[in-house]
Design a protein around this ligand. Sequence first.
Ligand code: 5GP
Ligand code: ZN
Length: 113
Amino acid sequence: MNDCIFCKIAAGEIPSQKVYEDETVFAFRDINPMAAVHILVIPKEHIANVLDINESNSAVISHIFEVISKIAKDEKLEKGFRVVSNCNEYAGQSVFHLHFHILGGEQLSLKMC
Ligand code: 5GP
Ligand code: ZN
């Protein structure tokens, strides 16, 4: 049984504010936004985090970045935005389904961590 909240969001079993969807990728607004625009982009396939990306599943990662580029333009983020993927404890990963945060829509802190 899969209890992953992001698998359920991608399957439409848990509601979300969807921004983009295709066969392999889903994007939705973060429930607790850390910037004026805060969108999460995920593969529909369950991958726990960056450490689990390998040659058998990495095609979706390049596609995710094509989607990020499209979303950034749709959201008018050309002045600047940040893409972040937290991995494991030291980075504070709280949902163990790979996701890329798109943060923008305002001046961001210039400190990365
Ligand atoms: P992490 O801390 O793992 O990098 O990021 C997880 C993100 O998922 C957090 O920013 C959190 O606000 C967001 N999140 C957690 N649960 C939900 C949910 O049910 N719906 C939405 N839209 N975002 C969620
Ligand atoms: Zn999952």
